[in-house]
Write a protein that binds this ligand. Structure first.
Ligand code: SF4
Length: 264
């Protein structure tokens, strides 16, 4: 039996994801579309505000899924803290929820999902990974689309449109200098620039992340850390010492903006 297509935006507190959702709705109509959000419980409260204001503007409900664990709890479950190359938290809290949801759409509603991501050409590796992952999806592939790349959307000033035309304030994290809004600035995929930014903006959250890392290392007696230098661990505590000694400026200009999470 041929299933009816349903267009599913991977919706998050990021500007590109909500613009892609808008573009999808305009193209296929509300009645054929869904906004999907998997909550990690670490998002910044202003990102929730932004998501809801945009959903109201689009006159759509958000379909929520929540595992119930935070990234820290997943880190403990797997005894693995994660880094820019490999994480378990995204797999468990986002990807797994997407998989469950897609199976529900097919098995319970006879719908064929087509997924829309706000990932752009500057994150080509992420695009390839997502395409590959969903092409090999269980027994049947799931189609993925990347309108920022496949149309001219990358030439549009998305942030300007959201603020000026839609009248919706962007998430505060952008204004504070973060390149993405995932997990309220605590992403374990973050690199040197990202953590310098976090330390400058919200030192108390940096220390919370430092606490998590220290407790993890002590609990499991593992010499691993989120940041790496010369292929070895560099703890957030050591990095903070360095930031305090040397000043933040040169670290803030590092070009190591790391790959954001799955549903950017
Ligand atoms: S944003 Fe980062 S910390 Fe949060 S789930 Fe994704 S990889 Fe993990």
């Amino acid at each position: 039996m041929i299933r009816k297509p349903v267009h599913v935006a991977m919706y998050s507190g990021g500007a590109s994801s909500v613009y892609v959702a808008y573009h999808m709705l305009k193209t296929y109509g509300r009645e054929n579309s869904l906004l999907f959000f998997a909550n990690t419980l670490w998002e910044h409260e202003d990102s929730y505000r932004f998501m809801h204001e945009v959903a109201d503007y689009l006159d759509m409900e958000i379909t929520y899924r929540v595992d119930g664990r935070t990234p820290e709890q997943v880190i403990y479950d797997y005894e693995f803290i994660g880094n820019s190359r490999l994480v378990k938290c995204a797999d468990e809290l986002k990807v797994r929820q997407i998989i469950i949801f897609l199976e529900e759409l097919r098995d319970e509603h006879d719908l064929e999902p087509i997924l829309y991501f706000g990932t752009g050409s500057q994150e080509q590796q992420m695009v390839e990974n997502l395409k590959e992952f969903f092409a090999d999806f269980l027994f049947e592939p799931v189609e993925t689309r990347f309108p920022l790349i496949s149309t001219i959307l990358e030439e549009i000033d998305i942030k300007q449109i959201i603020e000026k035309e839609w009248g919706i304030k962007l998430p505060i994290m952008y204004k504070l200098g973060f390149s993405h809004t995932n997990c309220g600035g605590r992403c374990v995929r973050g690199g040197f620039q990202y953590y310098a930014q976090l330390f400058q903006t919200w030192p108390e959250i940096y220390r919370e992340q430092e606490r998590m890392e220290e407790e993890f290392r002590g609990n499991f007696n593992k010499n691993i850390s989120i940041l790496k230098r010369d292929e070895g661990p560099l703890t957030l505590r050591e990095y903070r010492d360095e930031l305090e000694q040397n000043g933040l400026q040169r670290y803030l200009s590092f070009d190591d903006n790391t790959v954001p999470c799955v549903c950017k």
